[in-house]
Design a protein around this ligand. Structure first.
Ligand SMILES: C[S@@+](CC[C@H](N)C(=O)[O-])C[C@H]1O[C@@H](n2cnc3c(N)ncnc32)[C@H](O)[C@@H]1O
Length: 422
């Protein structure tokens, strides 16, 4: 039987929260202040009816919202939605005992997501390309996705057709698509190994002007041109399975924040550098040491370096920074260190930085919880947190990207001498 509850806040995944005498109930697709009729199952409330809607409720941008497993919060006006995201960052820091001002979130609009991972399934009527249904492994055929750039969104049928040949009836696969400046970079995974005839058939797409590179189960099938992304500083070369910031506007915003925070500091170490998103921009002003664990990404950075003009020396090193973080003596020469680790954060590296004398540290993170943990380590080591800026890189979800800036607050000991990187 349905019960009537009042929603008081929104949780970190975007579900409405009602406080009841038997504890919290999470009700998806509701908003603070709303009275809702729900069927309660443990901690979950299944929405039956919105009795009193919030004046902040808006029409969702996508017809698949609430059915698709992707977005969790499209039904809220921009301002309270952005305040909520900012609040997620503030809460993560508070949970580590850090009270700090959070700058307004940098908004990122729809139709900007340039990398999509689709699920595929071959049915009797052909290959379905889409996303998982909410709380299910079923593949939902999508007719639109207002997150995606048009170069991907409008080519869904064509992409499904490309995958069709390598799927058997009833079987599933995965397709990663990156929209680059000179065509789509398409990687098919968990599909059958292509036969010689498949190679020839797939190869015909190399001349269609749409697909720049096709990779199947990790092996390159064709590359009619090297996929590239033009930025304000250099050409970036994304790899089929490696990391790429999710949208171009968020990448620009992050790079500008990093650049401004580093200022005139020199030289700079860019840790977890990937394909050089920040390295290449920073190298316009200072020599940069780029450290990354993935050889393929370092090869892509090397290509960018060779095609970039007017930049200072970039030294690229492969290193596992979880197992073997840069130690204080190695960090000593740097005027600034930038680090942008995966979701797990950079605990070991932060412990080393906390003992270092690096004057400026800039942390970029897609996980406020691990960022706050690492910030605590740096603060306890004598750094001051000077600025925290969220960027809405993951629109309509509970995920948020953050840039945090630190300055050495304790006496740094002997003055760090600049070194020449070669
Ligand atoms: C969030 S991405 C950032 C990449 C880059 N800063 C950018 O903006 O494109 C994190 C990077 O850390 C790298 N990485 C993951 N684990 C690592 C490790 N243990 N040691 C070094 N690099 C690692 C990944 O390959 C990835 O390139």
């Amino acid at each position: 039987m349905a019960e009537t509850l009042t929603i008081t806040s929104i949780g970190h995944e975007g579900d409405g929260i009602a406080e009841t005498t038997s504890g919290r109930v999470y009700v998806p697709f509701t908003l603070p202040g709303e009275t809702v009729a729900v069927e309660i199952e443990g901690e979950r409330g299944h929405l039956v009816d919105i009795v009193t809607p919030s004046p902040e409720r808006t029409a969702p941008a996508c017809r698949h919202f609430t059915v698709c497993g992707g977005c969790t919060i499209q039904h809220w006006a921009a301002e309270p939605y952005q305040d909520w995201k900012r609040g997620l960052v503030a809460t993560a820091f508070q949970q580590r005992g850090i009270e700090t001002e959070i700058a307004p979130i940098v908004p990122v609009g729809p139709h900007t997501r340039r990398r999509a991972v689709f699920s595929l399934i071959k049915t009797d009527s052909g290959t379905v390309l889409g996303f998982h249904r909410r709380e299910s492994h079923d593949v939902l055929a999508i007719e639109e996705c207002p997150l995606l750039v048009p170069e991907i969104e409008t080519r869904r049928e064509r992409l499904a057709h490309l995958a069709d040949r390598l799927l058997e009836r009833g079987k599933r696969g995965r397709m990663t698509v990156i929209a680059t400046d000179n065509g789509l970079d398409v990687a098919l995974d968990e599909v059958k190994t292509p036969s010689r005839a498949d190679y020839e058939a797939l190869g015909r797409h190399s001349t269609d002007g749409i697909v720049a590179r096709l990779t199947v189960n990790g092996a390159q099938i064709f590359m009619s041109r090297v996929p590239e992304i033009r930025t304000d500083a250099a050409l970036l070369y994304p790899t089929p399975s490696g990391f790429l910031q999710a949208t171009a506007p968020s990448e620009t915003a992050l790079a500008r924040l990093v650049d401004a925070a580093v200022g005139k500091a020199t030289p700079v170490a860019d840790l977890f550098s990937g394909i050089g998103t920040f390295t290449l921009r920073l190298a316009r002003r200072a020599p940069v040491l780029a450290v990354e664990g993935d050889t393929i990404l370092l090869q892509a950075l090397d290509r960018s370096m060779r095609f970039s003009k007017g930049i200072k020396t970039i030294t690229a090193r492969r290193r596992d920074l979880f197992v073997n973080p840069m130690a204080p003596p190695e960090l000593k020469p740097f005027g600034a260190v930038v680090f942008d680790p995966p979701r797990a954060g950079a605990k070991a590296q932060s412990e080393m930085l906390a003992k270092s004398t690096v004057p400026k540290i800039v942390a970029v993170s897609c996980n406020p919880a691990t960022l706050a943990r690492d910030a605590r380590i740096l603060i306890d080591g004598g750094y001051r947190l000077t600025r925290v800026t969220p960027v809405d890189q993951f629109l309509w979800s509970g995920h948020v990207e953050v840039v945090a800036e630190f300055e050495l607050a304790r006496k740094s000991g002997p003055t760090a001498r600049p070194v020449r990187l070669s």
